[in-house]
Design a binder for this molecule. Structure first.
Ligand code: 3NM
Ligand code: MG
Length: 502
């Protein structure tokens, strides 16, 4: 067998015979996965009798050997030994790893499932030589009945931190609810404090697919993108100064899925600051859009319809799979139960780069009782420190930049790994900005234009730069206008004449 330290855990396929589409077999699916990027395979059979299990294991082993990929047998040491598989994986309720190791010897791979800190410490302190752990459940999954709440990327991070401090040689993979859409950001975010996992273990998004070849290829690409974007590569920010970002002269493309009231104004504002807007709710073209190098999505859920949720979710998946920025504006998400459900569903589907909202919307997202906020129309009336701390928790939880618009805009950085999130309070602007429809929504497109002009790691700087430019233009325009009508025109002019393009 290969040197154990050189085993590639990056695309770890776990089989499940029950999910396979009609007309295909487990052998078809495993072979397609092996041909397209699976680096390790676990045969997991919960129903088969021993004789049949061994027969299947033998056939799968023939395949994996052809592709020089290790085969791990779930739970059954006897099956693993009988076919001379490369390793065994056991759960917390299976045979004690100490006994497993005794039976399989030191050459073979031994993996153990861990669902929490306590179980991880059990693995770390075990007398047995354990090669890797499966950490899960990462996200909710319907493939396996799991009784605990998902760990999320943050729960995984906490476990990775312990590994790096106490047993850095222990390898790990994450498992549960992972797919080509959420893998890039999940891997990037797992490495938040500089500790990386070694791979992703997936079941349904390969075994349950009609085209397992394409799906495996996509997953392998998502894994590469996620590792390449790992946040551990960026340095701690030490300077107080927030770097100024400008809009790229190579016009960033801004895809708007936005409310019907503000479409034209948003497009004009976007053009004025140097962006190139597209409006589309045609889900079939989202994946193609997301591949455009300097694109960002503005997702504004202000005028939802019965069919909108599917459009929103398709867009999030497409942009997440390519790690392209999404600026999410959860308009009035606390106003009705239905809007709240949309917001909750969208935040559970994927990651956003920036979330922009007013106080009521962001307090709803943060799960803070909005009642004390009611009737407060400017954040000046509320304890700004308290608000900033609520937003900081939200930003870290959602791993994004949060913008709260108001008389003073608060921008919080939940992406950069600093001990306490960086915060900018931005004043300026003019009350006239609130007298025209869509000035808040159009800011989404401006932020998108700045964010799409730089890397993910500078989303905070880009957002702050965008908000500053917007407020400055508002202030200047107001000084030259008589009321909302002339203000609208002057505002576009000021954005255009003062645009910061490089
Ligand atoms: N173990 P899918 S979750 C086999 O949490 C398994 O330990 C889990 O399936 C754990 O990739 C899981 O289809 C199933 O979500 C994962
Ligand atoms: Mg088991």
């Amino acid at each position: 067998m290969k040197d154990k330290s050189k085993i590639d855990y990056s695309v770890y396929l776990v089989t499940n015979n029950e999910l396979i589409p009609e007309g295909l077999t487990i052998y078809n699916q495993v072979e397609k996965a092996l041909q397209n990027g699976a680096t390790i395979v676990q045969l997991r059979e919960k129903e088969l009798d021993t004789g049949d299990f061994i027969k299947r294991a033998q056939k799968i082993h023939e395949l994996t050997k052809t592709y020089n990929v290790p085969l791990i047998i779930n739970d059954r040491v006897d099956v693993a030994l009988s076919i001379d598989a490369e390793g065994v994986h056991v759960g917390q309720d299976d045979m004690d790893p100490v006994l497993v190791r005794k039976m399989i010897g030191n050459e073979k791979i031994l993996g153990v499932s861990t669902r929490c800190e306590e179980e991880l410490l059990g693995v770390i302190n075990s007398e047995a030589l354990i090669d890797y752990i499966g950490m899960g459940t990462t996200y909710s999954t319907s493939t396996k009945v799991v009784k605990r709440a998902p760990l999320g990327a943050q729960g995984v991070q906490a476990l990775l931190k312990i590994i790096s401090e106490q047993k850095p040689e222990l390898k790990s993979v994450i498992i549960g609810g992972l797919n080509k859409y959420n893998i890039p950001f999940t891997l990037a975010n797992c490495s938040y404090y500089g500790f990386n996992t070694n791979g992703v273990a997936v079941v349904s998004c390969i075994m349950g697919q009609q085209d397992a070849a394409k799906e495996t290829k996509d997953i392998a690409n998502s894994v590469k993108l996620g590792f390449r974007s790992s946040l551990s590569e960026i340095n701690e920010v030490t300077s107080e100064e927030i770097q100024q970002i400008t809009v790229s002269s190579n016009k960033p493309v801004i895809h708007f899925i936005t409310n019907s009231v503000v479409k034209q104004f948003s497009a004009n504002v976007c053009i004025a600051v140097g962006g190139s807007p597209i409006m589309s709710e045609l889900t079939e073209e989202f994946c193609q859009f997301a591949k455009i190098p300097n694109i960002a999505l503005v997702l504004n859920t202000g005028t939802p319809s019965t069919l909108s949720l599917n459009v929103y979710k398709s867009a999030i998946k497409a942009y997440n799979s390519q790690m392209k920025p999404i600026i999410y504006d959860p308009v009035a998400c606390g106003a009705t139960g239905s809007r709240r459900l949309i917001m909750e569903e969208l935040t559970s589907v994927g990651y956003f780069t920036v979330i922009k909202g007013n106080m009521a919307e962001l307090c709803t997202m943060a799960g803070v009782d909005g009642s004390e906020m009611r009737g407060v129309d400017s954040i000046m009336d509320l304890d700004i420190e308290k608000l900033t701390s609520i937003l900081s928790v939200l930003a870290k939880n959602k791993r994004c930049v949060i913008v709260m618009t108001g008389k003073i805009d608060i921008v919080v950085d939940g992406i950069t790994p600093t001990k306490s999130p960086r915060v900018a309070h931005i004043s300026g602007g003019d009350p006239l900005m609130a007298e025209i429809s869509g000035s808040g929504c159009a800011l989404g497109g401006v932020i998108a234009s700045y964010v799409a002009s730089t890397s993910y790691f500078q989303a905070f700087e880009a957002t702050v730069s965008a908000v500053r430019a917007y407020k400055k233009a508002g202030l200047k325009a107001a000084s030259k206008s008589k009321g909302p009508g002339s203000f609208t025109i002057k505002f576009l002019d000021e954005l255009y004449c003062n645009k910061e393009v490089k």
